[in-house]
Design a protein around this ligand. Structure first.
Ligand code: ATP
Ligand code: HSE
Length: 323
């Protein structure tokens, strides 16, 4: 359960008094998520999500994340909107953390994504990339290529606590990625963590996107690669080409991929696997045993990475298997 910071009834009632949202009725911690503390909050005016920002969020980045939600929402993307307090601020302090209230989105995230979900996701991702144009703030990808080796250095001496062979798998792959990473792909604002638990559906229609706390400026196609890994493999980490094809087709129907983006997809898929293998491995080793949070298994991303290494081109592979 991702409630790292407890908030008392009185503290929260005082906090809510700062907003024009009526009176606090009830609140409860949200079990899902691993990054930040989230509470579901009911007031006499409605339902909201309260987020207290934890370890990986640099407070200096919060204006980017919250401003982006406002920008995307104004451009037609259904995403949470930060709520302004009585003095117009979106950020406040609560229980020693930076905190914000955001609007509640209806819908549920798909526990077992279907082909139709991947298709809708592809379209929504492309629309989000287009909607991000004109957002004036910039944020480098802290978990992009330049951030991977320093993160590996923090736990490289302990990889055998996760699985045999992990050290060399990561070390060799980092060398490959540093040599091969594409430099001139179309760039803009990307979500960078668009896993199924961050996308809500009502029946088969996509109803909203949440959790912009890794958003940054980077290659659009890298965002697609993150989604390929997160949405198009089954519970045993077997690639599901129909879902991969649907994701790419949905995306392409809104924002056609360039030849360079298509050509780069295999290396981007390997990089996207590396990014989550690194953060999951780090968290696996550093999350206290008694923490109320479900650690995500690095092994799923070992398998994805090995799959990408073995097939060469995921885009060709998808095309072959679905034609
Ligand atoms: N605006 C929202 N509307 C409805 N539910 C929300 C909203 N924001 C968050 N939630 C709920 O809270 C959960 C955790 O939120 P979120 O994904 O932002 O947390 P996180 O700790 O940053 O998670 P992650 O591990 O995905 O990075 C979501 O799965 C969802 O159930
Ligand atoms: N989406 C991430 C966790 C949140 O950063 C993962 O599945 O590893």
């Amino acid at each position: 359960m991702a409630v790292y910071t407890e908030v008392s009834d009185d503290e929260l009632a005082r906090f809510i008094d700062g907003y024009a949202l009526g009176r606090l009725l009830s609140f409860k911690g949200i079990a899902e998520g691993v990054e930040n503390t989230n509470y579901l909050v009911h007031t006499t005016d409605g339902t909201f999500i309260l987020t207290l920002y934890e370890k990986r969020v640099d407070p200096a980045d919060l204006p980017f994340f919250l401003g982006l939600m406002e920008h995307l929402s104004a451009a037609g993307v259904t995403c949470p909107l930060p709520v302004r307090d009585k003095s117009g601020r979106v950020l406040n302090e609560l229980a020693g953390r930076q905190a914000a209230l955001i609007t509640f989105l209806e819908g549920v995230w798909p526990k077992r994504p279907k082909v139709v979900h991947a298709l809708e996701l592809g379209k929504a991702l492309a629309r989000m990339h287009i909607a991000g144009e004109g957002f004036p703030l910039k944020r480098a990808n802290a978990l992009g290529l330049a951030g991977w080796r320093p993160l590996f250095d923090k736990f490289s001496s302990r990889t055998e606590e996760i699985c045999d062979g992990l050290h060399d798998l990561i070390a060799d792959e980092l060398r490959y990625l540093e040599r091969s990473w594409p430099k001139d792909l179309p760039q803009g604002v990307i979500h960078a963590d668009l896993f199924p638990d961050n996308v809500f559906f009502v029946e088969d229609g996509l109803s909203g996107i949440i959790d912009f706390y890794f958003a940054c400026n980077d290659a659009f196609a890298y965002d697609i690669a993150v989604c390929l890994n997160a949405w198009c493999f089954d519970a045993k980490s077997q690639y599901e080409p129909q879902k991969g094809a649907a994701l790419l087709a949905g995306y392409n129907s809104v924002r056609p991929l360039t030849d360079a983006e298509r050509a780069a997809m295999p290396v981007l898929a390997r990089g996207a696997a590396m990014r989550f293998l690194l953060t999951r491995s780090y968290d696996w080793l550093n999350t206290p045993k008694d923490a109320l949070v479900a650690r995500k298994d690095p092994a799923d991303y070992v398998r994805r990475l090995k799959f990408h290494q073995s097939v060469g081109s995921i885009a060709d592979y998808t095309a072959q298997l679905t034609s």
